[in-house]
Design a protein around this ligand. Sequence first.
Ligand code: DAT
Ligand code: MG
Length: 151
Amino acid sequence: MATERTYIMVKPDGVERGLVGEIVKRFENKGYQMLALQMIQPTKALLEEHYTDLKEKPFFPGLIKYMLAGPVVGMVWIGKDIVKVGRRLLGETNPLASNPGTIRGDFGIDVGRNICHGSDSPANAEREISLWFPNGVVHWNRAHVQNLIYE
Ligand code: DAT
Ligand code: MG
């Protein structure tokens, strides 16, 4: 039974372009299970904490400004190897370097408008889930479908 979780977040450009359903669909189609979903207008403080590792980067102020431009849709997903595979579904950080068939490869051009966030390690996933869902996340059992997706 897979217990690895990841935090996936449609960024303001993805929300405004109406790509939330498309992104949800790709994770659902793969067989992963959604545990939480919220639309939220993040504060500057929340975003600075989320991207704390990038504080010293020259693009940090621009990144925060872009992420403040509108609401984001944050999700928690669970499944086998979901952190790594979730990032594969997203593509590379730079959409122009992302393969067709990936979210960023199919829908983006500039690195500063790359549509969707995905955690980069299981530990960071848990940190981000606690940050964005401080009240916790419901765990539900997908009893009937589980055996059709996992052997
Ligand atoms: P990722 O989102 O693929 O995990 P990251 O964590 O290194 O990439 O960076 C977070 C976000 O910051 C990324 O999605 C877009 C932005 N970013 C990264 N590198 C950038 C750069 N060189 N110029 C502008 N924005 C950048
Ligand atoms: Mg990252």
